[in-house]
Design a protein around this ligand. Structure first.
Ligand code: ATP
Ligand code: ZN
Length: 646
């Protein structure tokens, strides 16, 4: 047979007979490679080992221990899962199955007795049985009619048969009497799924549409080695432990109730205390750095958003305008820029005043898609640590650097270390989203890049992530669930000063156009609090902790007065402190303070009362230490003042 040319992953070329299978080529390369091979990637498409090669192609041999190998393992595990479920529930219906980011899933509909987490152990046992039996997994092709007969009465799979049929043929695998629709690549036999675990069950709409029936989606994951599975389970546990929605609920920081308003958070007293502390911190910091803080309304005449371009480019994210009936149209602001522009415009500005830095904790509303909403991370009402600096063109670089160094200082105080920079550019093809002015974009994008290079900072470049009015530098962080989110942002803008006809009087006595820099240092109070909750796992450093000290008298009757005196002394110094006088055991009170992650627990009994000391137990430490009460208060105040992490 004629030879064809195969280009391997390392670029090496090989002549093989046309019609050779992927496995043939693997064997030809080396026996050990063939042993480890689980699939091939022909021209970047995952195929099974018996796929024949009938033309020149790029070929990568996929081994078990590679990332793609894991995809094959998961796909196989999903097939075994469906078979196991079918063996237990013979009348069950199946939706789709396949791989997700960290494992596999299979959708089920068991009528009035839906699958739940309680069903998982039995399903796992059945899977283990099928795996142990080392059942061969051979691909077979049925005609559409035959396949429909197999799935008789299952409306979901009937639809999948039609969707998956190629040239009238449907790919299936058989495990015992179960015929499983599957066109992906699987391992040779069931026993090659070495270690697996079923993780959870969650509702999932058929075809992802909320008007369709809700199916029960079983999630699981699988690996070659137990240690890889253990590592994945530990990672998932860690993500759950860090999830700000879980911690926010346990510590009673905030809630969001879709019945009251999706994406509209309620800050409970403890969450509000954290927020107030952040707000005071950032306002003080900005004022010390030349920002002028203002308050401006959340409602504005729609015309301002027509002038700014928001109405044209950002309408999808805005709440619909309110028609006041007398010709006035009011808009809930999605951004604070037009408001700060009004502040700038209220006076004639001179070059001597520049840069003018207007800042506000500005409340804004954005109509985020309901599926994107997540705790405090992504909400519909938010308060941004916003600031707009108005500069002369030759001040841009300098001001940009000042903002960056202020940001780094702030990050340091909050102990934020894990972040990356992203330069966000426009997508030149997306003329609907982006303001149309090539020169402006090229100039401002180049300017940001030059400033970053000048500072020697690493960054990635992302096309299509800019704001509609200009490019930006975003600071990217990761949420507990692994999603990347923007925390801080610095944005250059030549457009809004033009549209709102802003000027300042230059040294030459003429009018000049300022440039605007939009910046948010600690993001919105919502996203920032969510982020901090996750990085601290709810154990906020003392300066941010909603409650900083709990005093526990050994016996409230005898030591209550001393405890109260200490409380009053600390409260007078703005320390957030209370006395736990409840009629509970001391051990219980200490444990509860630990669960609430209170930084300091002070136990006071006879000894302390006599010596004027306190027995200090720090969060996370097992041992207590005796300390003079005044000295404890002084060191606590220093800790708070220095924003200390420990
Ligand atoms: P994103 O890409 O995250 O939607 P954006 O680029 O639209 O944000 P900006 O207009 O730059 O956001 O808003 C400033 C900052 O406000 C963002 O960097 C982000 O930290 C925060 N933020 C934006 N949208 C939300 C939201 N829906 N909920 C909470 N915080 C938000
Ligand atoms: Zn702005």
């Amino acid at each position: 047979m004629a030879d064809i040319e195969i280009t391997l992953a390392d670029g090496a070329k090989r002549a093989v007979a046309a019609g050779s299978s992927v496995l043939d080529v693997a064997k030809d390369i080396s026996v050990s490679l063939a042993k480890k091979a689980v699939a091939g990637k022909v021209n970047d498409q995952l195929v099974s080992l018996d796929q024949e090669l009938d033309g020149n192609a790029k070929l990568e041999i996929v081994t078990k221990d590679s990332e793609e190998g894991l995809q094959v393992i998961w796909n196989t595990a999903a097939v075994v899962l469906e078979a196991a479920v079918h063996e237990i529930y013979s009348d069950i219906h199946f939706g789709t199955k396949g791989n997700v980011e960290h494992g596999f899933y299979c959708d089920t509909d068991n009528g009035s007795e839906q699958i739940s987490v309680d069903s998982l152990p039995a399903i796992e046992d059945k899977m283990a049985e099928l795996i142990k039996a080392k059942l061969p997994l051979e691909q077979e092709f049925l005609s559409e009619e035959e396949a429909l007969k197999v799935v008789d009465g299952d409306p979901y799979r009937a639809k999948l048969v039609h969707a998956q049929a190629k040239d009238g043929k449907v790919s299936v695998y058989k495990i015992n009497d179960n015929v499983i629709l599957n066109s992906g690549v699987v391992l040779e036999n069931t026993s090659e799924v070495k270690v697996f675990k079923l993780l959870s069950v969650a509702g999932a709409y058929w075809e992802g549409k909320s008007s369709n029936p809700m199916l029960q989606r079983i999630y699981g994951t699988a690996f070659l080695k137990q240690k890889d599975l253990d590592a994945e389970l530990a990672r998932q546990q860690e993500a759950r432990d860090r999830d700000h929605r879980v911690i926010g609920n346990n510590l009673d920081l905030f809630f969001v109730d879709p019945k009251v308003g999706a994406g509209l958070p309620y800050w409970m007293p403890k969450g509000a205390t954290i927020r107030r502390t952040i707000e005071r911190y950032i306002i003080d910091k900005e004022v010390a750095n030349g920002y002028q803080h203002v308050y401006t309304p959340v409602l504005m005449n729609l015309d301002a958003y027509k002038t700014s371009g928001h109405w044209e480019h950002y309408r999808e994210d805005m709440f619909p305008p309110m028609d006041m009936g007398d010709g006035e149209m009011l808009e809930l602001r999605p951004m604070n820029c037009p408001s700060h522009i009004q502040v700038y415009k209220h006076h004639i500005r001179s070059y001597r005043e520049l840069p003018i830095r207007i800042a506000e904790l500005g409340m804004m509303h954005r109509y985020e898609k309901s599926g994107a909403l997540s705790g405090l991370q992504r909400v519909r009402e938010m308060t941004l640590n916003d600031g707009h600096t108005f500069v002369a063109p030759d001040q841009i670089q300098d001001e940009f650097k000042k903002i960056l160094s202020l940001m780094v200082e702030v990050y340091d105080d909050f102990d934020i270390t894990d972040y990356t920079f992203r330069l966000s550019y426009r997508d030149p093809k997306n003329t609907k989203k982006y303001f149309d002015d090539d020169e402006m974009w090229n100039k401002s994008q180049a300017m940001l890049k030059a400033a970053m290079d000048d500072l020697g900072l690493d960054y990635v470049e992302a096309e299509g992530e800019a704001a509609f009015y200009g490019p930006k530098l975003d600071v990217q962080t990761k949420t507990a669930l692994g999603n990347e989110e923007t925390l801080s942002t610095i944005q250059l803008d030549f457009m809004l000063p033009e549209r709102f006809d802003l000027h300042y009087v230059g040294a030459d006595g003429e009018d000049h156009r300022p440039v605007m820099i939009h910046r948010g240092l600690v993001s919105t109070m919502e996203r920032f609090t969510a982020y901090l909750t996750e990085i601290y796992k709810g154990a906020f450093p003392t300066w941010l902790a909603p409650k900083q000290v709990t005093i526990i008298p050994v016996n409230p009757k005898f030591h209550g007065d001393y405890a109260e005196k200490l409380r009053a002394k600390m409260a007078a110094k703005q320390i957030r402190v209370d006395v736990d006088n409840r009629n509970e055991k001391m051990g219980y009170k200490i444990r509860e303070a630990q669960t609430q992650k209170v930084p300091y627990v002070l136990v006071v009994g006879d000894q302390e009362l006599e010596a004027g000391t306190v027995s200090v137990r720090k969060y996370g430490q097992k041992e207590s230490e005796s300390e003079n009460n005044n000295m404890f208060i002084d060191s606590l105040l220093a800790e708070i003042q220095n924003y200390s992490r420990t």
